[in-house]
Structure formats: structure tokens, C-alpha cells
Ligand binder design. Structure first.
Ligand code: PXG
Length: 412
């Protein structure tokens, strides 16, 4: 098994892992089937379960932990701000929100910010922005706006967002569905071109599909979307909730093709791994459509989240985490490919968003994730036959090498 904890085990009480899992079984809705590991402490790229076993976190809460667990600078800001002021609502102003907007727009090279909390709220906000822009700026007849999205998409769990999912389980029994979305094949510019009508207000795209199986679209695809959007007066919305903030080896995944969307949706890592903070960042033309009372959120723009997000962005820049992800991610992929593991069909991804697709003979990825847990590496299958490796961007190269060895061992 894994190494034994050498640090303190805070707040675990008397319950062991089995007892914790029984509680979850008995008292929690069964909307997840997690790996059987109960984590009680995290530091950097490492976590410890309640028995003190140590694991390397190669999932990072789906990119929310780009900075690792308990980043000292982020934690200091969090604690200091929590002592000073946590929440005002937007009925009043607070002294973190303005600087947050200024710094985030500068970081994104955009004009305006609309803050939310979870990723799905960010996506909903972008959808509302695009519709209102469509009616009030583009001149689409009221109620006719269409947004184009893609097969294999994942943008969250609200009733509107699952309405355009192509994943059966995500949608089934949650209707009636929200109209106004058209789904076309991911990766095909011809399919997109054919779907655009005078009522199209936006194209909503993940620059790399994370939940779809770490699907990297063909080179030039994002540039092609930008051109089609320009040609037809349509907003380009990039969902960078999972891919943004350094994960793919650039600040944003669209930077790989030097594309500037009209709206970028950020979440996950924006909250530094300690707070749910999301935002839509975009042009004055698009986000300028809102008037007081149109849209909002009690916690959106709260001073605690803003302070943490400001520090998270500074850490990303100071520690050059995007460059780091680019370099160590490439090395990891090269190492796995060179091992010619019998169970691997393909290794893909950018930066530290890495997908390992199993061969048909090897089958589903989940049993191998379970085996890796036994080796001290925590990771997760995405679609059935893809293992996702996405550790914190600050991971030590020696630790990533250690993970690569274990992956090779399990998949050979
Ligand atoms: N867009 C993308 C690209 C995502 O990966 C969301 C939006 C929604 O974010 P929120 O914060 O609302 O979850 C995601 C989320 C899960 C789960 O447990 C979610 C994601 C990945 C894996 C599992 O629902 N991504």
C-alpha cells in the first residue's frame, strides 16, 4: 500500500474510512460513485486519508486545485480576508470587488466581469448575456435566439444546461428541456457553418472537452470558429472553466490558437481551490447589455471570493504555472507514450490536462483508476475508456515522474 502519514490528522474523530463511507451511503443522495478513499488532509499535490495513507492527487478536483491543496499564499489571504469581511451582497459595495474586476479583466485582456460562484452559474450567465445581446444589439426577434453547442459537451448540471447535453444519463428524466440550443458535431467547422442562421446569437465551445474524454479538436478549429462568428455576427463563448488558468499550458486554452472570444467563462481554479468563484469575462459590447436588476447572485462578487481569486491569479503569474504545465505535461505524455503500454490506445491532451485512452481489449478505465489508488495515485476515468491525469500545476517533477511510473506499471 501507500506511505503512512507523517503529519497531523486533524478533525477526523474516531471514524475510519469504512465508517465514513457508510455514513455517506446511508445519508447522502446517491448522485456520485466515488473511489473508496476518504481524504482528511491535503498539502500541495498530496492528500492523506483518515488512516494516514498518502496519495498523489492527479485529479485536482477537475482543475479547481491548479494551485494544489492549501497553497500558503492563497490560504493566508483567505484567512485574513475571512477575519475582515466575508460578504456584503451586491446591495453594497466592498473593497475587494473593484480590484478583482480590474485585475481579472487585465489578466484576460477583456473589458468587463460578471461574477458568479459555480461554473454552471457562469455558463447560465453567458447564455443570458448572449440572448440579451441577440435581442437588444443584433436584432433577433424576441424568443427566437439560438445558441450553437457541440456533441460531447459538458457545461454543468442546471436544467437549461443539461437540455443541450448529448449524454443520455445527464439528461434523462430531467425534462422538459429548455429550447433555443442547436447541437453540432465537435471538431467540424462544416457542421458549424451549416448550423448558423440569422437567429444564431452565440457559439458555446470548450476549447478542449474535459468531461467528453479530453478531446483536443483539430488544429485551427478554434480560429475557424472565431472567423465564422465574425462573419455572421455571432458571439464566441469559450467555456474555460476546466481548461483556463494555466491548465493546458497557456493562460487560456484558446491562447494555443491566439483566439480572443467575446466571452470567456471561468470557474474552478479561479477560487484558488478554497472558494467557489466563477465569472464571465468579456467585451463591453456583450457584457454591456446588463442593467441593474437584470441578473445577479447573493454571493457573486463576495469579498472573500474576490480576495482569494486575486491572489490565485497572482500566484499563477508569479509561479509561471502555465509554462510549467506546458513543460511537465509534455514530458509526462512523452514518457507514457515511450513506454508502449499494452493497454493504451492513445495519450492526448495539452499541458497538464491529459487523457489516456484504453485499447478496446483493456476496456473501461475505472478498474485501472482503482488499481492506481492502491499504488498511491488518485485519478479518475472521464468517459468510459479514458483515464484523466490532471494533477495540480505546481506538482514537483519528481512526483509527476513517480506517478508516470505507477501509470506505466498498471497499464503495461
Ligand atoms: N464547464 C465545464 C467545462 C466543466 O468542466 C462546468 C462547466 C460546471 O462547473 P460546476 O462548478 O457547476 O460544477 C464544468 C464542471 C461534477 C463534475 O461532479 C463537474 C465537472 C467535471 C467533473 C465532474 O459535476 N466539470
Amino acid at each position: 500500500m501507500t506511505q503512512v502519514n507523517d503529519g497531523p490528522m486533524a478533525h477526523t474523530g474516531d471514524l475510519n474510512s469504512d465508517a465514513h463511507m457508510q455514513l455517506v451511503d446511508q445519508y447522502s443522495a446517491r448522485n456520485y460513485a466515488p473511489l473508496p478513499v476518504v481524504i482528511s488532509r491535503g498539502e500541495g499535490a498530496w492528500v492523506w486519508d483518515v488512516e494516514g495513507h498518502k496519495y498523489l492527487d492527479c485529479l485536482s478536483a477537475y482543475s479547481a486545485l491548479n494551485f494544489g491543496h492549501s497553497h500558503p499564499r492563497i490560504l493566508d489571504v483567505f484567512i485574513e480576508q475571512a477575519r475582515r469581511l466575508t460578504l456584503t451582497s451586491r446591495a453594497f459595495q466592498n473593497d475587494q470587488f473593484g480590484p478583482f474586476c480590474q485585475e481579472l479583466t487585465a489578466f484576460c485582456d477583456m473589458d468587463l466581469v460578471l461574477p458568479m460562484n459555480t461554473g454552471a452559474e457562469g455558463v447560465e450567465t453567458a447564455i443570458k448575456t448572449a440572448r440579451k445581446w441577440g435581442y437588444t444589439v443584433k436584432g433577433v426577434p424576441d424568443g427566437k435566439a439560438q445558441i450553437i453547442c457541440f456533441s460531447g459537451n459538458f457545461h454543468g448540471r442546471t436544467t437549461t444546461i443539461v437540455s443541450f447535453s448529448t449524454e443520455e444519463q445527464t439528461k434523462a428524466h430531467f425534462g422538459p428541456y429548455t429550447p433555443g440550443f442547436v447541437v453540432v458535431k465537435y471538431g467540424s467547422l462544416d457542421a458549424l457553418r451549416a448550423a448558423i442562421t440569422p437567429h444564431t446569437v452565440a457559439v458555446l465551445v470548450e476549447p478542449i472537452q474535459g468531461e467528453g474524454g479530453v478531446v483536443v479538436p483539430p488544429e485551427g478549429y478554434l480560429r475557424g470558429i472565431r472567423e465564422l462568428c465574425d462573419e455572421h455576427n455571432v458571439l464566441m463563448i469559450a467555456d474555460e472553466i476546466q481548461t483556463g488558468l494555466g491548465r493546458t499550458g497557456r493562460r487560456f486554452a484558446v491562447d494555443h490558437e491566439e483566439v480572443k472570444p467575446d466571452l470567456v467563462i471561468l470557474g474552478k481554479a479561479l477560487g484558488g481551490g478554497v472558494m467557489p468563484v466563477s465569472a464571465v469575462v468579456g467585451s463591453k459590447e456583450a457584457l454591456g447589455v446588463f442593467n441593474p436588476g437584470d441578473h445577479g447572485s447573493t454571493f457573486g462578487g463576495n469579498p472573500l471570493g474576490c480576495a482569494v481569486a486575486r491572489e490565485a491569479i497572482r500566484v499563477l503569474v508569479d509561479e509561471k504555472l502555465a509554462e510549467r504545465a506546458d513543460r511537465v505535461g509534455k514530458a509526462f505524455r512523452d514518457r507514457i507514450r515511450a513506454a508502449n503500454c499494452s493497454k493504451i490506445k492513445e495519450v492526448r491532451g495539452k499541458g497538464l490536462l491529459i487523457g489516456i485512452e484504453m485499447t478496446p481489449e483493456a476496456g473501461a478505465a475505472k478498474p485501472y483508476c482503482k488499481q492506481l489508488k492502491g499504488e498511491g495515485v488518485l485519478c479518475k476515468d472521464t468517459v468510459d475508456n479514458v483515464m484523466r491525469i490532471a494533477p495540480p500545476l505546481m506538482i514537483a517533477e519528481a512526483d509527476l515522474d513517480w506517478a508516470a511510473e505507477r501509470v506505466i506499471k498498471v497499464l503495461s
